[in-house]
Design a binder for this molecule. Structure first.
Ligand SMILES: [Zn+2]
Length: 108
């Protein structure tokens, strides 16, 4: 399985995809590794019909939730650079840290 440089809770920016989602930034909510996809907060919202379930106090109806998008459509959003950047590594073993390849800031 591919090892990703991105992790859950990383801030990312959407580089391509649906017009409405382009340049959106958000946190990674979930990584779907086997499909090379990520779920990003407030990005790629899809409507879903939910059945009412009174026992669980669910009203039912149309709800919006985040759909998964290909991981190669997002980039790490570096706060220092204020844009999407590539992630590099510094150190090794337990001291290995992720860094911004542009400004060198430690991301972890
Ligand atoms: Zn940076």
């Amino acid at each position: 399985m591919a090892k990703f440089k991105l992790k859950k809770n990383d801030p990312v920016i959407v580089k391509s995809g649906r017009r409405a989602d382009r340049k959106k930034t958000g946190k990674i909510l979930r990584i779907v590794a086997e499909k090379n996809r990520v779920v990003v907060e407030k990005v790629h919202l899809v409507k879903e019909y939910v059945r009412p379930n009174p026992q669980k106090n669910i009203k039912g109806g149309i709800v919006e939730r985040e759909g998964a998008i290909p991981i190669n459509k997002v980039m790490y959003y570096c706060k220092e650079c204020e844009k999407g950047v590539r992630v590099g590594y510094k150190g090794s073993g337990v001291n290995k840290q992720r860094v911004c390849r542009k400004c060198g800031v430690v991301l972890d």
